[in-house]
Design a protein around this ligand. Structure first.
Ligand code: V47
Length: 361
């Protein structure tokens, strides 16, 4: 029995016990509740049913191949216009060299970049082929749905053909970025040049149908409403009912410090981050994994988030540029020993996984 200080949570508890799906109105009650412990208890019930005491992580490294970007979204401090003093683009040799600096064999290479105006289509295929050759044990989690759309444009191919080419070159799955908030209102204000939410979902659907699993994110804590967050979550849940192709959902707290929005938007609070995590676990009843992305949340809050529905701590990570450019202050690498300690001290059991959530022995 859970004792709630917010009585609105009791009927939701009954629904969860009966395995009934929560609707939009339930979601609003959850977001409007300040009974954080109640929310965490509900999310933990669901989390336990799905994963028991297991918390996953992967030995991984990020590659942000270029920050030059055509979209220049208002929330993003990573993307730079061509010619900007901070703009960079790594060539394949430099990327391989960086990855080889990591002393241990990498299980997952997480590859994300800006929409570069002149890099040719072949660069992306060659990059995957080379990494697969140089790091045969690694799985390549590469290119968000937004980059896939860009590759379709520069190659004059359809998204299905692009995804097939990438798969043949060594792609395992897609990271979840670029989803932001699907609302047209938000996209018009914050990222008018970015693909629509509808297009993002169409690309994810196509990937799933080709047997390429993907992740999904939501960028929260800027100008969006609770209603818009819920519409986003419910759109993901609907697509998951259709395809089953989402592996993991990652709520990304907006880091305003270096963005155009720094004067208008304050960073999220720990309270809101934990509430967001719990609501995501409760609404997304069909997406198996929920990630506490410690690079954005900070290590301490990510650990606490394990008691608010999260069952995945992402990975060890070795260099990550989006947070660097955005003013994130969390250090950029954890050892296996450190990540396992964080998990164990929170009362869970660490499971090292591959990019597709298969446990490694
Ligand atoms: O789509 C950009 C976000 C995303 C900021 O799939 C910002 O496992 C906060 O895709 N503050 C890219 N967020 C990151 C991404 C990702 C991250 C972790 C795990 C996975 C996964 C994928 O970063 C973008 C955008 O929503 N972003 N700027 C900012 N200032």
């Amino acid at each position: 029995m859970i004792k709630f200080s917010d009585k609105n949570l009791s009927p939701i508890y009954e629904k969860i016990r009966e395995n009934s799906r929560l609707d939009f109105e339930d979601g609003l009650k959850l977001f409007r509740s300040n009974d954080l412990i109640g929310l965490g208890s509900l999310a933990s019930l669901v989390r336990e049913k799905l994963h028991n005491k297991k918390v996953y992580y992967v030995f991984n490294q990020h590659v942000n191949y270029s920050n030059i970007c055509l979209n220049l979204c208002k929330f993003c401090a990573f993307g730079k216009p061509p010619g900007d003093p901070e703009a960079y683009a790594l060539n394949i040799e430099e990327i391989v060299k960086k990855l080889k600096e990591n002393p241990s064999p990498i299980q997952e290479i997480h590859i994300v970049g800006g929409l570069h105006p002149t890099l040719p289509y072949d660069f992306y295929l060659e990059l995957l082929k080379t990494l697969k050759r140089e790091f045969p044990q690694a799985q390549l989690k590469a290119f968000t749905c937004v980059e896939i759309d860009h590759l379709a444009k520069i190659s004059s191919k359809g998204i299905e053909e692009v995804l097939k080419d990438l798969k043949e070159a060594g792609l395992s799955c897609l990271p979840g970025g670029g989803a932001e908030v699907f609302s047209e209102r938000i996209r018009k204000k914050l990222c008018p040049n970015k693909i629509t939410g509808k297009r993002w979902l169409e690309i994810a659907r196509t990937a799933h149908k080709l047997g390429i699993p993907t992740n999904a994110t939501m960028l929260y804590g800027h100008i969006e409403t609770y209603e818009e967050r819920l519409e986003h979550l419910i759109a993901l849940r609907k697509l998951q009912d259709e395809t089953g192709g989402f592996l993991c959902f990652i709520p990304l707290p907006f880091l305003p410090q270096k963005s155009y929005l720094k004067k208008e938007v304050a960073p999220t609070t720990g309270f809101e981050d934990l509430k967001m995590m719990a609501v995501a676990r409760l609404m997304l009843d069909n997406i198996p994994h929920l990630k506490a992305y410690w690079i954005f949340l900070g290590i301490k809050l990510a650990q606490v988030a394990l008691h608010f529905g999260a069952n995945d701590l992402h990975g060890t990570v070795y260099e990550e540029k989006i947070s660097d450019f955005s003013g994130g202050e969390t250090k950029k690498a954890l050892s296996r020993k450190e990540i396992e300690r964080i998990i164990r001290e929170a009362g869970f059991e660490p499971v090292e996984r591959d990019a597709l959530y298969n446990p490694l022995s």
